[in-house]
Design a protein around this ligand. Sequence first.
Ligand SMILES: [Zn+2]
Length: 282
Amino acid sequence: MLAMEPPNDNTPGVKSSVSPVDIEQDCPACGLNKPRELPNYSEGKWKMVQCSGCDFIYLRNLPGYDALEDEFAWEKTSDLENLRRLQLRPLSARLSRITRWRLGLFGRSFNNVDKYFQAGNILDIGCGAGSLKFGTHAIPYGIEVSRSLHAIADKNMREKGGYAVQAPALVGIKNFEDNFFDGVVMFSYLEHEQNPAMILSEVMRVLKPGSRVYLRVPNYGSINRRIMGKKWCGFRYPDHTNYFTRKTLKRMVNNAGFDFLVLNSLTLAFDDNINALLAKPE
Ligand SMILES: [Zn+2]
């Protein structure tokens, strides 16, 4: 199912960080191995493809999980991306960095997540440095693959009664028992996940019936992506591996058993992100 491919050192910018062995994946949504390449959106050795069976758009070849822990961890890849964007569109990239700084550490500041959850245990998957605020009634838990970010998150979460696990999400989530969480956050995370359908099944397991997931992913269906093409802010090589539209996201979360509600439905065509609630049926 997974085929190994020898490394290719021709990629500008990311050469020093390329994993010794890359993985070529089948469609993460339906498992079919019939991709057609989208050459306008491929970057160097990283091939963007669309599944001929279900239309899901994904990165064909991936760095291994080991590489993600240190070499492709969010904060370092982000530096490479910042450099790439500065070259592509200097002014807007600088503005974007300033804006992200003002919004908070690593651009993940979002203060109203807690309004969607009951009081209790809240899990932030791909929690980064744990910068999301959940309010005083939440006991925060997190999973983060980057060692350096995990250390910061774990310290903060322990002060509030929870903790963070350092692992790939699919491994880390096994630490938690069934029906443990009153809410789950996947904020700018699922686009990175190499096993998105499997992690959604695990989230279904750890979430209490009637509880919800707050989900935010880049919106591949946005008009801005069509206008900007390869310069669209949602492209991030190689750490964004899944590119969702409303339709392909809905299909994947429904397949995992969740009800699906888009929060920014009215403005979605103009929005670079899809914000959604997933609900586990009672
Ligand atoms: Zn597919």
